[in-house]
Design a protein around this ligand. Structure first.
Ligand code: NAP
Length: 330
């Protein structure tokens, strides 16, 4: 039987999410890869146990995580039922709807029909009465924003979720979404954008809108799916995301150009007494408005490595300038 570590709240940092009453751990764990039907349930279980033991209270899912789609939620439901049921009130569990889930016109995007049906399916797969955060996974160019935000408001009012968020909405869409949700009385808790040293779009307007509207920010893929680690420095290992047949990171994404940058960054990390992954996480968390770094992991050691990033979050001006120069290819 799993018994969580008694000292699980000793070292983790918890950051307030925007202007809400909720706090999230500085490191959160996402179940996009390595928790699906194609993966080993015992490894998934070990990573979730270790994460919770280290104070990671937030687990992020979506309807389509797997493969096959839905299987990460099913596996998480199994682990919850077996090991974590009595700790439900210590957990923040999120799910999302937006990407393709079932055939026909109601199986993806942002209609009220899809979001409510998908939320019900997610709850069933995880064996939950409610999720803590429910997201619109991506903006829908066809559905009026009022309808998508109205569906999120309804999902909260009907008891299916406690809070709502949006993912990958651009700054203008985010401002409008936050204003609509505000007018409905269900504030937008959090935005989930991609953010890492190779992908910095949030720095061009989004972070300002979030600060202005009091919305939190949780950065997904802070390690660029593993490229900002020591994983690919010498080769593409067969057990890595790029090496496996069903990962979203493909070998052609791991370019020599990127690796040359990572090798230089790795030297700075070493000088800081950190792994490359730890420095990449600390770099994402350097923004005051950044609530959490949402990592993925394929083994327990990576979860531990990520949490140890919290031992050294500060950067000197020289380090930041050096990183900028390397990223600019100078
Ligand atoms: N909202 C959205 O649209 C969206 C999109 C994508 C992701 N997300 C969320 O963000 C979460 C994280 O995404 P991600 O998995 O791409 O994040 P990531 O943290 O950038 O990449 C995780 C991968 O990096 C490698 N890794 C992790 N720690 C390592 C370490 N210490 N040393 C060496 N390698 C390490 C592992 O790859 P190996 O398998 O190679 O070991 C791991 O699977 C997802 O699970 C999901 O919850 C959301």
């Amino acid at each position: 039987m799993y018994l969580p570590a008694e000292d699980r709240y000793k070292t983790m940092r918890y950051n307030r999410v925007g202007r809400s009453g909720l706090k999230l751990p500085a490191i959160s764990l996402g179940l996009w890869h390595n928790f699906g039907g194609v993966d080993t349930l015992e490894n998934a279980r070990a990573m979730i146990h270790r994460a919770f033991d280290l104070g990671i209270t937030h687990f992020d899912l979506a309807n389509n995580y797997g493969p096959p789609p839905g299987s990460a939620e099913e596996n998480f439901g199994r682990i919850l039922a077996q090991d974590l049921r009595s700790y439900r009130d210590e957990l923040i569990i999120s799910s999302k709807a937006g990407y393709y889930m079932w055939p026909g016109p109601y199986g993806e995007w942002g209609s009220r029909k899809y979001l409510v049906a998908s939320c019900d399916q997610s709850l069933k797969r995880m064996g939950l009465e409610y999720v803590d955060i429910f997201y619109s996974h991506r903006p829908d160019p066809e559905t009026p924003l009022e309808e998508t935000m109205g569906a999120l408001d309804y999902i909260v009012r009907s008891g299916r979720a406690l809070y709502v968020g949006i993912s990958s909405y651009n700054p203008d869409q985010t401002r409008q979404a936050a204003e609509i949700l505000q007018s409905l009385g269900t504030p937008c808790l959090i935005h989930q954008p991609s953010y890492n040293m190779f992908n910095r779009w949030v720095e061009f307007g989004l972070l300002d809108v979030l600060a202005e509207k009091g919305v939190g920010c949780i950065a997904f893929s802070p390690l660029a799916q593993g490229m900002l680690t020591d994983r690919y420095l010498n080769e593409i290992p067969g057990d890595s995301r790029a090496g496996k047949p069903y990962g979203f990171l493909r070998p052609e994404h791991v370019t020599e150009e990127k690796l040359a940058i990572v090798r230089q960054l790795n030297e700075i990390a070493r000088a800081r007494g950190q792994t490359m992954a730890q420095m990449a996480i600390a770099w994402v968390l350097r923004h005051p408005g950044m609530t959490s770094a949402l990592i993925g992991a394929s083994r327990v050691k990576q979860v531990e490595d990520a949490v140890d990033a919290l031992n050294r979050l500060d950067f000197s001006t020289e380090e930041l300038e050096q990183i900028e120069r390397i990223l600019a290819g100078e």
